[in-house]
Design a protein around this ligand. Structure first.
Ligand code: NAD
Length: 491
């Protein structure tokens, strides 16, 4: 996969998308920077509150008009399939736009993100004519049944770490179920999804069904949550923001929320792990993919005492072999941190870990890179107390902490000793142990002898504990885009 010249990528001045048209925002304007080299990429182009209200009102009118919500389900499926096809065939424009402004490597966007997003749209489209309510048992003089109906307008609020994929997780089930959507992307990665919305209209989605408003969370995002015509909010981002969103939805609703939040996922390696070389490679990738900026980053290594040294040695060597650089450089294996602010936070938490007695087995510092962007070296920190900040809190960078255990019971206790519960990895050759772990670990996803997502969209994703409420992906995400109505007919 060849790289590209980021200076040739143009994002245009108008990046709000309402009722099928690109619009300039009347709100705050700020330079958006490219994380790979810190140079200006485009203009944030925020909507003002009046424009947010107009977008919601247009979405509501599109819903009421019914060109989408009341269309024949097979028609919805055909349109969404066309949209998925367009998304894939537009890779030459979409992939550089996504890569230049985010932390995603161009090669990974081309080989994974776009195809994954397109298949996610196809997956959810297929529910449109296969999901129904049920008739219920009652007495012979009555007939009872349930209807599954769209909410109307769903607000989707997305993070920056995989801008297109994270937005599609929200949008695809909501639209397939007949809702209209108003999406607010992250202010750090506002551009690529506007192109995805245009492609949807090109595929035949009626204008007003998929809208994008740009801006900051505290203004645009908050208004979306509080708008009376927004019936549900689907959010992915930090736990702290999730709390604010839930409070806004409670204050102006209450209205339902889906919250996909932060994580601090444990990777448990037992002494019978199938192949330490392979396991080390899996662990290394689990914390360096997207430079550790994924919600399910496997950031806590829990290793059996017998294998810990060898494992850490192997992972350190893999870390050191990384080539850190720009997302558009085909030689890069690990890209930048999203912003100087986020880099500063990673640096500070690692600094405090080292000052409090931890030791950096490898890394531990900002990384020098060929360009003037924000980079952090892949890091392993050992020797921390189990209540240390770096072990308890999400870092959202390429930082792995090491803890060792003597037996299964201790391993499960260490893994569960955390406020988050998004995912966990278990590496063992013992099937019974794998199954015991699957039951015992308090997390929404358990991976055994692998770590990371597959194209199995039917598996729902979501968190236990402070990692969230509700699910993306799976049947649950589709059903979460519908509400059920009970009907009882006296015959
Ligand atoms: P963030 O919480 O800072 O922002 C997420 C989105 O919320 C952005 O669009 C932001 O503008 C908006 N926002 C901020 N304040 C708001 C408010 N008061 N009201 C409404 N909207 C508001 O998160 P981030 O830094 O963009 O993303 C990283 C976080 O996302 C990490 O914690 C990561 O674990 C989490 N994440 C979770 C999942 C998951 O599936 N569980 C997936 C990806 C990322």
């Amino acid at each position: 996969m060849n790289g590209f010249d980021p200076d040739l990528v143009a994002v245009g001045p108008a990046n709000n998308f309402v009722a099928g048209l690109r619009l300039r925002g009347n709100g705050a304007h700020m330079e958006v920077l490219r994380p790979s080299d810190g140079r200006a990429y485009g203009d944030l182009d925020s909507a003002d509150i009046g424009q947010v209200d107009e977008a919601v009102s247009d979405a509501w009118q599109a819903y009421r008009k019914g060109d989408w919500a009341k269309a024949e389900p097979r028609h919805r499926i055909r349109v969404m399939r066309r949209w998925a096809d367009l998304l894939e065939s537009d890779a030459a424009a979409l992939a550089p736009t996504e890569a230049a402004g985010s932390t995603r490597l161009f090669g990974e966007i081309c080989s994974w993100d776009l195809g994954y997003a397109a298949d996610c749209i196809r997956f959810f489209a297929e529910f449109a004519d296969k999901t129904c309510g049920e008739s219920v048992p009652t007495t012979p003089d009555k007939m009872g049944f349930t209807l599954l109906e769209p909410y109307g307008v769903i607000a989707a609020i997305a993070p920056w770490n995989l801008p297109i994929v994270m937005a599609i997780w929200k949008i695809a089930p909501a639209i397939a179920a007949g809702n209209s959507v108003v999406l607010k992307p992250s202010e750090l990665t506002p551009f690529s999804i506007v192109r995805v919305a245009e492609l949807a209209i090109g595929a035949g989605l009626p204008p007003g069904v998929f809208n994008v408003v740009q801006g900051y969370g505290a203004s645009v995002g908050d208004r979306l949550c509080r708008h009376p015509l927004v019936a549900k909010v689907s959010f992915t981002g930090s736990t702290q923001t999730g709390r604010a969103i839930m409070a806004a939805c409670a204050a102006e609703g209450p209205k339902p929320v889906t919250l996909e939040l932060g994580g601090k996922s444990a990777q448990l390696v037992f002494s019978d792990a199938p192949d330490l070389a392979q396991t080390a490679a899996t662990l290394a990738r689990g914390i360096t993919i997207n430079s550790g900026q994924v919600c399910v980053a496997g950031s806590r290594l829990l290793a059996h005492e017998k294998v810990a040294d060898e494992l850490v040695d192997r992972i350190s060597r893999i870390f050191s072999a990384n080539r850190i650089g720009a997302t558009w450089d085909e030689r890069t294996t690990m890209g930048p941190i999203i912003s100087e602010r986020q880099l500063g936070q990673i640096d500070a938490i690692v600094g405090r870990a080292l000052a409090s007695g931890g030791s950096a087995v490898v890394g531990g510092t900002r990384a020098a890179a060929p360009l003037d962007g924000s980079y952090f070296s892949p890091t392993i920190i050992a020797g921390l107390a189990s209540d240390a900040e770096a072990i308890c809190d999400e870092i959202f960078g390429p930082v792995l902490t090491l803890q060792t255990f003597a037996d299964e019971e201790e391993a499960f206790a260490l893994a569960n000793n955390n406020k988050y519960g998004l995912a966990a990895g278990v590496h063992t050759s013992d099937l019974s142990r794998a199954l015991r772990a699957t039951r015992a670990l308090e997390a929404g996803t358990i991976w055994v002898n692998r770590y990371g997502r597959s194209n199995d969209y039917i598996l729902p994703t979501g968190g236990y504990k402070q990692s969230g409420i509700g699910k993306d992906l799976g049947r649950e995400a589709y059903l979460g885009s519908l509400r059920s109505k009970a009907a009882l007919i006296q015959l």
